[in-house]
Design a protein around this ligand. Structure first.
Ligand code: NAD
Length: 309
């Protein structure tokens, strides 16, 4: 089996690369390294069956030979990154997704789109099931990402409807693990970084807003299972256990033995107040649910950050 992973040098993509190579597949990574790091995949460079193409998915790409599965993960993903690269984010969601879908059509490959819980925006329905259409401000600061992914979903399902391409859409909720960049602005790496340095932990708003966090190994398993089903409507993947941001900060502080205080900052515009996936569909279709608890997962990330510091 040959798999192409766009965005394979990023956080989630690079873990998928490792898993597919371990399972005996051949893997091609296409990544322009805008937010990824070569170091995430460098340990595979000498392995047979691995190829890295440093390229922007917005450019048309020719690849020789067959491909069985395309996992399209390329996209800046943290708010910090997509606000820094708004046009690149929209180009990748539109042109990049189009190019990857065309490649899937040419090769007769299955196609999986990594979409996001951000398509639900600041949700009025809680928890969020796939039937909910979302509450997104089309001209808000986060819209480059939210609307980009909504467009990418619409394009993907159009390829299924028009060409019967075997498409899969997953909506990933907050995922964390080793290889996240300490400075990527997402809450878990930020808190760990601050706690390990005993610096004040930045809490946006009152810290009462909630999130749910899925450990990378659970996410990889969910993505692998999703890539094998014949199902074309979106599938939520995430951990349904919900924490307030203050609870998360407390757990991180304890696990880091930190003396950090809290520094309260204004809530960013359109920041969702609640975020929790309804994963009934994934449970039923994929026989999947997360197994790794927050404390265990956080301990792994903290160990990894300590080695990097
Ligand atoms: P990441 O930034 O670590 O990885 C994204 C990768 O895509 C990077 O390696 C980057 O260089 C690459 N990339 C971006 N634009 C590209 C382009 N035009 N051409 C080629 N490569 C490009 O982010 P991640 O957390 O690993 O996210 C991976 C995917 O999962 C993204 O599509 C993201 O939207 C989705 N997602 C992630 C989360 C999460 O919690 N991590 C949540 C929801 C959705």
């Amino acid at each position: 089996m040959k798999v192409l992973i766009s965005g394979g040098a990023g956080f989630i993509g690079s873990h998928l690369v490792d898993r597919f190579l371990n399972d005996g597949a051949e893997v091609i990574v296409v990544d322009n390294l805008i937010t990824g790091e070569e170091g995430n995949i460098a340990h595979n460079f000498k392995k047979s069956g691995f190829e890295f193409i440093k390229e922007d998915v917005c450019e048309p790409l020719k690849i020789k030979g067959g491909i069985d599965l395309i996992l399209h993960l390329a996209s800046p993903a943290s708010p910090f990154d997509y606000l820094k690269y708004p046009i690149e984010t929209m180009r990748t969601a539109s042109l990049g997704t189009y190019n990857m879908l065309e490649m899937a059509r040419e090769k007769g490959a299955r196609f999986l789109l990594a979409s996001t819980s951000e398509v639900y925006g600041d949700p009025e329905v809680h928890p969020q099931s796939e039937e909910y259409w979302g509450n997104v401000n089309p001209v808000g600061p986060r819209s480059v990402y939210d609307e980009g992914k909504r467009f990418a979903e619409a394009l993907t399902i159009s390829y299924f409807r028009k060409y019967q391409l075997q498409t899969i859409i997953i909506r990933i909720f907050n995922t964390y693990g080793p290889r996240m960049r300490p400075g990527d602005g997402r809450v878990i790496p930020t808190f760990i970084n601050q706690a390990l340095k005993n610096e004040p932990i930045s809490i946006f708003g009152t810290g009462e807003q909630t999130r749910s966090f899925c450990y990378i190994d659970d996410m990889v398993e969910g993505i692998i299972r999703a890539s094998q089903v014949d199902y074309h409507e979106p599938i939520n993947l995430g951990n349904p256990k919900e924490y307030t941001i203050l609870q998360l900060a407390e757990i991180v502080k304890q696990l880091c033995n930190s003396t950090s205080s809290y520094r309260y900052l204004p809530l960013p515009e359109n920041d969702p107040k609640k975020r929790r996936p309804d994963i009934s569909r994934a449970r039923g279709l994929l026989k999947w649910e997360p197994k790794i608890g927050l404390e265990q997962g956080l301990s792994n990330v903290i160990d990894w950050f300590k080695k990097k510091m």
